[in-house]
Design a binder for this molecule. Structure first.
Ligand SMILES: O=CC(=O)O
Length: 373
Protein backbone atom coordinates (compact mmCIF):
# COMPACT_ATOMS: atom_id res chain seq x y z
CA UNK A 1 0.00 0.00 0.00
CA UNK A 2 1.35 3.38 -0.69
CA UNK A 3 1.61 6.19 1.80
CA UNK A 4 -0.69 8.69 0.13
CA UNK A 5 -3.36 6.10 0.04
CA UNK A 6 -2.85 5.29 3.69
CA UNK A 7 -2.90 8.99 4.63
CA UNK A 8 -6.06 9.53 2.69
CA UNK A 9 -7.55 6.29 3.93
CA UNK A 10 -6.94 7.37 7.49
CA UNK A 11 -8.97 10.47 6.75
CA UNK A 12 -11.87 8.47 5.45
CA UNK A 13 -11.35 8.92 1.70
CA UNK A 14 -12.25 5.96 -0.42
CA UNK A 15 -9.11 5.58 -2.55
CA UNK A 16 -8.17 2.67 -4.78
CA UNK A 17 -4.68 1.69 -5.96
CA UNK A 18 -5.37 3.10 -9.41
CA UNK A 19 -6.08 6.53 -7.99
CA UNK A 20 -2.76 6.79 -6.31
CA UNK A 21 0.72 7.71 -7.60
CA UNK A 22 3.93 7.73 -5.67
CA UNK A 23 6.04 10.91 -5.53
CA UNK A 24 9.35 10.69 -7.37
CA UNK A 25 12.77 11.11 -5.83
CA UNK A 26 15.90 11.71 -7.88
CA UNK A 27 19.11 10.04 -6.71
CA UNK A 28 22.28 11.70 -7.91
CA UNK A 29 24.88 8.99 -7.57
CA UNK A 30 24.39 5.42 -6.46
CA UNK A 31 23.39 4.08 -3.05
CA UNK A 32 25.90 1.28 -2.56
CA UNK A 33 25.12 0.03 0.94
CA UNK A 34 21.59 0.82 2.06
CA UNK A 35 19.88 -2.04 0.22
CA UNK A 36 17.24 -2.78 2.88
CA UNK A 37 16.38 0.87 3.42
CA UNK A 38 16.10 1.44 -0.35
CA UNK A 39 13.77 -1.50 -0.77
CA UNK A 40 11.48 -0.09 1.88
CA UNK A 41 11.76 3.41 0.37
CA UNK A 42 10.64 2.18 -3.04
CA UNK A 43 7.37 1.00 -1.61
CA UNK A 44 6.46 4.63 -1.10
CA UNK A 45 8.42 6.52 -3.72
CA UNK A 46 9.41 6.22 -7.36
CA UNK A 47 13.21 6.21 -7.47
CA UNK A 48 15.14 7.58 -10.46
CA UNK A 49 18.93 7.58 -10.68
CA UNK A 50 20.81 10.28 -12.57
CA UNK A 51 24.41 9.74 -13.61
CA UNK A 52 26.31 12.61 -15.13
CA UNK A 53 27.92 15.93 -14.47
CA UNK A 54 26.48 19.32 -13.66
CA UNK A 55 25.87 20.20 -17.32
CA UNK A 56 23.93 16.98 -17.94
CA UNK A 57 21.83 17.69 -14.90
CA UNK A 58 21.08 21.27 -15.92
CA UNK A 59 20.20 20.15 -19.46
CA UNK A 60 17.71 17.65 -18.11
CA UNK A 61 16.27 20.10 -15.61
CA UNK A 62 15.79 22.67 -18.38
CA UNK A 63 13.98 20.08 -20.50
CA UNK A 64 11.62 19.47 -17.57
CA UNK A 65 12.74 15.85 -17.17
CA UNK A 66 12.53 16.14 -13.42
CA UNK A 67 9.43 18.28 -13.17
CA UNK A 68 7.14 17.05 -10.43
CA UNK A 69 9.97 15.46 -8.42
CA UNK A 70 9.64 15.79 -4.66
CA UNK A 71 13.25 15.41 -3.53
CA UNK A 72 16.86 14.98 -4.61
CA UNK A 73 19.31 12.74 -2.80
CA UNK A 74 22.69 14.25 -3.61
CA UNK A 75 25.71 12.04 -3.18
CA UNK A 76 28.19 14.88 -3.05
CA UNK A 77 30.97 12.50 -1.92
CA UNK A 78 30.95 10.91 -5.36
CA UNK A 79 33.75 12.64 -7.34
CA UNK A 80 31.57 13.13 -10.45
CA UNK A 81 28.91 14.80 -8.29
CA UNK A 82 31.05 17.04 -6.16
CA UNK A 83 29.98 20.10 -8.16
CA UNK A 84 28.31 23.03 -6.48
CA UNK A 85 24.57 23.19 -6.02
CA UNK A 86 24.88 26.91 -6.47
CA UNK A 87 22.31 29.64 -6.99
CA UNK A 88 22.19 29.01 -10.75
CA UNK A 89 21.57 25.30 -10.38
CA UNK A 90 18.98 25.86 -7.65
CA UNK A 91 17.13 28.21 -10.03
CA UNK A 92 16.60 25.28 -12.45
CA UNK A 93 15.17 22.92 -9.82
CA UNK A 94 11.50 22.15 -10.31
CA UNK A 95 8.91 24.05 -8.28
CA UNK A 96 7.73 20.73 -6.86
CA UNK A 97 11.07 20.04 -5.15
CA UNK A 98 10.87 20.25 -1.39
CA UNK A 99 14.06 18.55 -0.20
CA UNK A 100 17.74 18.04 -0.94
CA UNK A 101 19.08 15.25 1.23
CA UNK A 102 22.87 14.85 1.46
CA UNK A 103 24.76 11.78 2.71
CA UNK A 104 27.50 13.87 4.35
CA UNK A 105 28.02 16.15 7.30
CA UNK A 106 29.49 18.98 5.22
CA UNK A 107 26.98 20.82 3.07
CA UNK A 108 29.26 23.61 1.84
CA UNK A 109 28.65 22.53 -1.77
CA UNK A 110 25.01 23.55 -1.48
CA UNK A 111 23.82 27.15 -1.55
CA UNK A 112 21.52 26.70 1.42
CA UNK A 113 20.28 30.29 1.28
CA UNK A 114 19.12 29.83 -2.32
CA UNK A 115 17.39 26.58 -1.32
CA UNK A 116 15.63 28.28 1.60
CA UNK A 117 14.41 31.04 -0.71
CA UNK A 118 12.82 28.35 -2.90
CA UNK A 119 11.26 26.51 0.04
CA UNK A 120 13.68 23.58 -0.24
CA UNK A 121 14.77 21.90 2.98
CA UNK A 122 18.38 20.64 3.12
CA UNK A 123 19.30 17.72 5.38
CA UNK A 124 22.66 16.16 6.21
CA UNK A 125 23.98 13.18 8.16
CA UNK A 126 26.06 14.94 10.79
CA UNK A 127 25.02 12.52 13.54
CA UNK A 128 26.63 9.41 12.09
CA UNK A 129 30.01 10.64 10.85
CA UNK A 130 31.58 11.58 14.18
CA UNK A 131 33.35 8.35 15.19
CA UNK A 132 34.99 7.60 11.83
CA UNK A 133 36.08 11.21 11.39
CA UNK A 134 37.43 11.44 14.94
CA UNK A 135 39.39 8.21 14.39
CA UNK A 136 40.93 9.84 11.32
CA UNK A 137 41.87 12.90 13.37
CA UNK A 138 43.59 10.71 15.97
CA UNK A 139 45.51 8.87 13.25
CA UNK A 140 46.72 12.20 11.86
CA UNK A 141 47.62 13.54 15.30
CA UNK A 142 49.63 10.45 16.16
CA UNK A 143 51.18 10.34 12.71
CA UNK A 144 52.34 13.93 13.04
CA UNK A 145 53.58 13.84 16.63
CA UNK A 146 55.47 10.58 16.08
CA UNK A 147 56.61 11.23 12.46
CA UNK A 148 55.09 7.92 11.40
CA UNK A 149 54.63 8.94 7.75
CA UNK A 150 58.28 9.89 7.57
CA UNK A 151 59.18 6.56 9.17
CA UNK A 152 57.19 4.70 6.56
CA UNK A 153 58.81 6.61 3.72
CA UNK A 154 62.29 6.00 5.14
CA UNK A 155 61.56 2.28 5.47
CA UNK A 156 60.13 1.97 1.96
CA UNK A 157 63.23 3.69 0.65
CA UNK A 158 65.34 0.97 2.25
CA UNK A 159 66.62 2.99 5.23
CA UNK A 160 66.00 2.82 8.97
CA UNK A 161 64.85 5.30 11.64
CA UNK A 162 68.20 6.33 13.02
CA UNK A 163 69.45 7.54 9.66
CA UNK A 164 68.60 11.20 10.04
CA UNK A 165 65.03 10.97 11.34
CA UNK A 166 64.05 13.25 14.24
CA UNK A 167 62.47 11.69 17.33
CA UNK A 168 58.75 12.29 17.81
CA UNK A 169 56.66 13.34 20.82
CA UNK A 170 54.22 11.49 23.08
CA UNK A 171 50.55 12.36 22.99
CA UNK A 172 50.24 12.31 26.79
CA UNK A 173 50.23 15.72 28.49
CA UNK A 174 50.11 17.63 25.19
CA UNK A 175 47.41 20.28 24.89
CA UNK A 176 45.03 19.77 22.02
CA UNK A 177 42.95 22.76 20.91
CA UNK A 178 39.74 21.65 19.25
CA UNK A 179 38.34 24.29 16.97
CA UNK A 180 34.61 23.49 17.00
CA UNK A 181 33.15 21.23 19.68
CA UNK A 182 30.30 19.72 17.66
CA UNK A 183 29.69 16.00 17.19
CA UNK A 184 33.11 15.34 15.66
CA UNK A 185 34.90 17.66 18.10
CA UNK A 186 33.34 15.82 21.05
CA UNK A 187 34.35 12.44 19.64
CA UNK A 188 37.91 13.75 19.29
CA UNK A 189 37.83 15.13 22.86
CA UNK A 190 36.87 11.69 24.17
CA UNK A 191 39.68 9.98 22.29
CA UNK A 192 42.25 12.67 23.15
CA UNK A 193 41.39 12.31 26.86
CA UNK A 194 42.00 8.57 26.59
CA UNK A 195 45.45 9.39 25.20
CA UNK A 196 46.13 11.57 28.25
CA UNK A 197 45.93 14.89 26.43
CA UNK A 198 44.69 18.16 27.92
CA UNK A 199 41.62 19.24 25.92
CA UNK A 200 40.81 22.88 25.19
CA UNK A 201 38.18 23.99 22.73
CA UNK A 202 36.83 27.10 21.09
CA UNK A 203 33.29 27.52 19.77
CA UNK A 204 31.42 30.63 18.76
CA UNK A 205 28.94 29.62 21.45
CA UNK A 206 30.24 27.94 24.57
CA UNK A 207 28.63 24.54 25.16
CA UNK A 208 26.80 23.65 28.38
CA UNK A 209 29.21 23.13 31.30
CA UNK A 210 27.81 19.62 31.84
CA UNK A 211 28.84 18.80 28.27
CA UNK A 212 32.28 20.31 28.93
CA UNK A 213 32.59 18.12 32.03
CA UNK A 214 31.46 15.02 30.13
CA UNK A 215 34.14 15.56 27.49
CA UNK A 216 36.82 16.94 29.79
CA UNK A 217 36.97 19.97 27.53
CA UNK A 218 37.80 23.46 28.71
CA UNK A 219 36.46 26.48 26.86
CA UNK A 220 39.15 29.02 25.90
CA UNK A 221 39.21 32.17 23.76
CA UNK A 222 40.27 31.67 20.13
CA UNK A 223 43.50 33.60 20.76
CA UNK A 224 44.29 31.37 23.76
CA UNK A 225 43.66 28.26 21.72
CA UNK A 226 46.07 29.52 19.08
CA UNK A 227 48.70 30.48 21.65
CA UNK A 228 48.58 27.47 23.99
CA UNK A 229 47.92 24.42 21.83
CA UNK A 230 50.54 21.83 20.99
CA UNK A 231 48.09 20.38 18.47
CA UNK A 232 45.24 22.28 16.79
CA UNK A 233 42.44 20.25 15.23
CA UNK A 234 40.04 21.95 12.84
CA UNK A 235 36.45 20.68 13.19
CA UNK A 236 34.30 23.66 12.17
CA UNK A 237 32.04 23.63 9.11
CA UNK A 238 33.09 25.65 6.08
CA UNK A 239 31.11 28.83 5.48
CA UNK A 240 31.86 32.45 4.67
CA UNK A 241 32.95 33.18 8.26
CA UNK A 242 35.27 30.15 8.57
CA UNK A 243 37.02 30.39 5.18
CA UNK A 244 40.72 31.02 5.93
CA UNK A 245 39.98 31.09 9.65
CA UNK A 246 43.60 30.00 9.98
CA UNK A 247 46.05 32.03 7.92
CA UNK A 248 49.41 33.76 8.27
CA UNK A 249 48.27 36.01 11.16
CA UNK A 250 46.99 33.02 13.14
CA UNK A 251 50.11 30.90 12.50
CA UNK A 252 52.13 33.83 13.82
CA UNK A 253 50.38 33.55 17.21
CA UNK A 254 50.91 29.79 17.59
CA UNK A 255 53.63 27.98 19.53
CA UNK A 256 56.68 27.17 17.47
CA UNK A 257 56.46 23.48 16.61
CA UNK A 258 52.66 23.29 16.72
CA UNK A 259 50.93 20.40 14.91
CA UNK A 260 47.97 21.26 12.65
CA UNK A 261 45.27 18.70 11.87
CA UNK A 262 42.35 19.34 9.52
CA UNK A 263 39.54 16.82 9.09
CA UNK A 264 36.82 19.41 8.32
CA UNK A 265 37.17 21.28 5.03
CA UNK A 266 40.33 22.44 3.26
CA UNK A 267 39.53 26.13 2.70
CA UNK A 268 39.30 26.77 6.45
CA UNK A 269 43.11 26.89 6.34
CA UNK A 270 44.97 29.17 3.95
CA UNK A 271 47.05 26.41 2.36
CA UNK A 272 49.79 28.70 1.02
CA UNK A 273 50.21 30.19 4.52
CA UNK A 274 50.39 26.67 5.97
CA UNK A 275 53.15 25.69 3.54
CA UNK A 276 55.07 28.85 4.53
CA UNK A 277 54.60 28.04 8.23
CA UNK A 278 55.85 24.47 7.64
CA UNK A 279 58.86 25.77 5.74
CA UNK A 280 59.73 28.25 8.49
CA UNK A 281 59.39 25.58 11.20
CA UNK A 282 56.58 27.44 12.97
CA UNK A 283 54.38 24.43 12.24
CA UNK A 284 56.30 21.23 12.91
CA UNK A 285 53.91 18.99 11.02
CA UNK A 286 50.46 18.90 9.47
CA UNK A 287 47.96 16.05 9.25
CA UNK A 288 45.45 16.77 6.53
CA UNK A 289 42.46 14.81 5.27
CA UNK A 290 41.06 17.76 3.32
CA UNK A 291 42.57 20.35 0.99
CA UNK A 292 41.76 23.85 -0.15
CA UNK A 293 41.40 22.86 -3.82
CA UNK A 294 40.88 19.12 -3.50
CA UNK A 295 41.39 16.75 -5.17
CA UNK A 296 44.34 18.99 -6.12
CA UNK A 297 46.93 19.13 -3.33
CA UNK A 298 49.45 21.95 -2.92
CA UNK A 299 52.91 20.88 -4.15
CA UNK A 300 54.46 22.28 -0.97
CA UNK A 301 52.41 19.84 1.10
CA UNK A 302 52.95 16.87 -1.20
CA UNK A 303 56.70 17.13 -1.01
CA UNK A 304 56.89 18.06 2.68
CA UNK A 305 58.35 15.16 4.71
CA UNK A 306 56.56 16.25 7.88
CA UNK A 307 53.04 16.10 6.44
CA UNK A 308 50.67 13.17 6.84
CA UNK A 309 48.18 13.42 3.99
CA UNK A 310 44.99 11.49 3.22
CA UNK A 311 42.62 11.80 0.23
CA UNK A 312 39.54 12.87 2.25
CA UNK A 313 38.98 9.52 3.98
CA UNK A 314 37.30 10.74 7.17
CA UNK A 315 34.10 8.76 6.65
CA UNK A 316 35.48 6.28 4.12
CA UNK A 317 34.47 3.09 5.88
CA UNK A 318 31.88 0.46 4.99
CA UNK A 319 30.04 0.90 8.31
CA UNK A 320 29.85 4.68 8.25
CA UNK A 321 28.88 4.68 4.56
CA UNK A 322 25.99 2.37 5.40
CA UNK A 323 24.94 4.60 8.31
CA UNK A 324 25.15 7.72 6.14
CA UNK A 325 23.12 6.22 3.31
CA UNK A 326 20.51 4.83 5.69
CA UNK A 327 20.14 8.18 7.43
CA UNK A 328 19.91 10.05 4.12
CA UNK A 329 17.06 7.83 2.98
CA UNK A 330 15.35 8.10 6.36
CA UNK A 331 15.69 11.90 6.32
CA UNK A 332 14.02 11.94 2.91
CA UNK A 333 11.21 9.62 3.88
CA UNK A 334 10.56 11.32 7.21
CA UNK A 335 10.29 14.76 5.68
CA UNK A 336 8.17 13.79 2.71
CA UNK A 337 5.87 11.55 4.72
CA UNK A 338 5.71 13.28 8.08
CA UNK A 339 7.22 16.73 7.61
CA UNK A 340 9.95 15.70 10.08
CA UNK A 341 13.03 17.96 9.89
CA UNK A 342 15.41 16.23 12.28
CA UNK A 343 18.66 16.64 10.34
CA UNK A 344 17.77 19.88 8.58
CA UNK A 345 20.44 22.55 8.17
CA UNK A 346 17.96 25.28 7.21
CA UNK A 347 14.51 26.37 8.29
CA UNK A 348 11.46 26.03 6.07
CA UNK A 349 8.29 27.20 7.72
CA UNK A 350 5.76 25.44 5.55
CA UNK A 351 6.29 22.19 3.74
CA UNK A 352 5.13 22.25 0.13
CA UNK A 353 1.61 20.98 -0.40
CA UNK A 354 1.45 17.33 -1.20
CA UNK A 355 -0.21 17.83 -4.57
CA UNK A 356 2.77 19.73 -6.00
CA UNK A 357 4.96 16.71 -5.32
CA UNK A 358 2.96 14.29 -7.42
CA UNK A 359 4.48 13.32 -10.72
CA UNK A 360 1.02 13.16 -12.33
CA UNK A 361 -2.30 11.36 -11.86
CA UNK A 362 -4.91 11.85 -9.20
CA UNK A 363 -6.10 15.39 -8.64
CA UNK A 364 -5.89 15.55 -4.91
CA UNK A 365 -5.98 19.34 -4.77
CA UNK A 366 -9.69 18.98 -4.10
CA UNK A 367 -8.86 17.15 -0.92
CA UNK A 368 -6.70 20.07 0.34
CA UNK A 369 -4.40 17.58 1.97
CA UNK A 370 -0.99 18.95 2.91
CA UNK A 371 2.05 17.60 4.71
CA UNK A 372 2.68 18.67 8.25
CA UNK A 373 5.00 21.70 8.29
O1 LIG B 1 33.55 14.94 4.60
C1 LIG B 1 32.69 14.24 4.98
C2 LIG B 1 31.38 14.71 5.37
O2 LIG B 1 31.10 15.90 5.21
O3 LIG B 1 30.57 13.90 5.84
Amino acid sequence: MNWIKSKMGSQGWDITDDDVKKPSVLFLGPMRYAHQEMEDFQEYFVVKFHEGNRDDLIRRLKKGKYDGFAAIVWNSQDPSLSFKVDKELVSYLPASLSLISIPAAGYNNVDVEACTARGILVTNTAGVVSAATADTAMFLMLGCLRHFSQGQTVLREGSWKNQGMPKGHDMACKTVGILGLGGIGKAIAKRATAFGMVVNYYNRTRVDIRVEAEYNAQFVAYETLLRESDVIVVCVPLNSSTRHLIGAAQFEKMKTGVVIVNIARGPIIDEAALVAALDSGKVSSAGLDVFEFEPKVHEGLLKHPRCTLLPHMGTFTEETSLDMENLTIRNTKNYLMHGEKKNAVNKIENAKPLETMMTDSVDISKLSLTLQG
